[in-house]
Design a protein around this ligand. Sequence first.
Ligand code: TRP
Length: 330
Amino acid sequence: MQRVLSGIQPTGNLHLGNYLGAIRNWVAMQQDMPCLFMIADLHAITVQQDPAALIHATREITAALIACGVDPARSIIFAQSSVRGHAELAWILNCHTPLGWLNRMTQFKEKSGKNKESAMLGLYSYPVLQTADILIYQATHVPVGEDQKQHIELSRDIAGAFNRAYSHEFFTLPEPIIQKQSARIMSLRDGTKKMSKSDESDYSRINLTDDADTIAKKIKKAKSDVFENMRDDLENRPEAHNLMQIYAALSNLKLEHVISQFGSGNFSTFKAALAEVAVTHLSPITARMNALMANRDAIDAVLKDGAARANAIAEPTLAQVKKMVGFWRE
Ligand code: TRP
């Protein structure tokens, strides 16, 4: 039995990098395998959140997933906090995870910054919760960006440790499916930095909520070094490289193809073409998303249905785990 699980945090704006790097692949995967797509609100509160913004972002991501083509009748879209088993299994797994394994996690080192003493315990054990997210559904495939690869490897280690502790091949070891694309969509202001929802400049990213004029304006203002011959030395010209990569991804072409089409021309011609491709591709998504956001009841119905279906898969796994561990039950 194959099953896909992935998650996205409800923090800030969804942007082109999320779409090309993650969501578009999710849409494709649901054709082949049963999928669960989780809005990781338990993970979001590992750093401080504004409650009103958090719940708004949860609904907005739900709308975005549907607008991008995730089919809520086929795939399960749900909020992590609405399946209690995640937190419960995470505790049990906490008790099977040596500190040394967590000390190696590079994301904690980055996110906790200079002052490790004031980082929250939840941020430290974040990868154990992520492991519970995956194992509670016995997911076989986990599509993630390159930056999450270490967490999925840890999940495999924890699953193995649990299985050994109870001498039973109980948990499926999940396979990461690394989405190369997501590593490559960079900021429009600095081609060496990933496009990010936390960048203070809104001109650094194209949001899924941007209208056509805004998209065109952002592309026009994108950093573009010199104007002639974009082809030359593309590896050392991160902005030109990134914009061509975006064009290639949106129009389903190979980068080489885009280079040969536009590489010897000037930048303004290329940017005009890119703006057109971006608007054509994203406008229908934005329109669907806005229509959904205007109908909160419909979004809430999707999340409610998703929670029920996710719980139905999670409950038997958790019951089995509790039995293996030796917890009392009626
Ligand atoms: N940590 C992931 C991210 O920030 C989100 C996430 C939470 C996730 N739980 C998951 C991804 C389980 C895959 C599987 O991108």
